[in-house]
Design a binder for this molecule. Sequence first.
Ligand code: COA
Length: 363
Amino acid sequence: MPPRAQITGWGKYLPSRTVTNDELAQALDTSDEWIRQRTGIRERRLARPAEGAAEMAVHAAREALRKAMIDPGEIGLVIVATSTADQVFPSVASIVQYAIGANRAGAFDLSAACSGFVYALSLASDAISAGSIRAALVIGAEKMSGVVDWGDRNTCVLFGDGAGAIILQAGDPKAGLLASVLGSDGSDGEALVLRSRPGEGAAGQGPVIAMDGRRVFRFASRIMASSLREVTSKLGLAVSDLSLVIPHQANQRIMDAACEELGYPPDRVYSNLERYGNTSAASVPIALCEAADEGRLRDGELVALVAFGGGLSWGAAIVRWGRTIRPPWHVAVRGRGRQLWAAILWQWRRLLRLASSRRRRPS
Ligand code: COA
């Protein structure tokens, strides 16, 4: 039997600054009531100006490594799903790889909008099952506050910043990722777009999200239900066999509509949308972390992850929760030492870079 990718660690990072609907309503023609009723969102976290997707990803990755008790030197692949990297390269994944001391890992960023984390999970799991690697770090990290137009009430109220990470390790087939489906329909891509407005990128405005909300809503409700049906049927199961569904956190009404279509109980759909809004590729791993920390994932149970977004794209995966891999204590201690050393080096390099950029700045 080929090895199965098991989730052995998870971590999240949310910026400390909370922005409520009422605060948004002070600068925008909107209200707490409208946002709550139409979306389910009460507040979101916003990163500091200097805090990018990479920094948030590093924090989430460190927590996941601690939980997994893995030596970062064992990680073969770092994949970061993001649409809001500070730069095209070096990738966020390469920055994370260095910051955590994963000195034997390949690293790349993956672009599949809000579906990105499920795509990355599926690819990393296949690499483990094929025997190419023994462990992977899979992250979703987004600074959505940097790509929304803060004057557009149709979009800016929906999004937030954050990062979530998991460690996948090769284990026996009793637990881990059992099946996944990935999909795309480029014909409807214009419904949700992130690009530079002509002429405005050069003026320093940068890329902004444009969206046909109703079109995306219809697509998302339909695809959440159909991809859950598809992925469960791959295993000869029904959606009702799932103990918990962890969906992309975009709109409470999307989750409720999918539940209604499937006849699935809404109390078995995990939602933290109220507190964080839509953090794009980070939303599924952040929700996974919270569900695990709250004890909502029990060993042996089936949990589905499902996401949809720009592309238009979608993905769903089924995991049998639990881990059969426990590292011996000396490997855990060695891993902790390597992480600490990598963190010291990373901070040192950042200070050096900061000092040299200050020296170069004309007075
Ligand atoms: N505050 C107050 N009014 C708002 C508003 C806001 N923040 N945003 C939009 N409105 C207004 C609209 O301008 C419109 O006014 P009009 O009728 O005078 O033109 C009215 O509210 C209704 O707009 P509508 O688009 O029908 O609302 P809706 O019920 O579809 O909800 C969304 C809008 C965006 C919340 C909803 O369509 C949605 O969530 N879509 C999916 C978006 C998404 O999840 N994107 C990411 C996917 S990964």
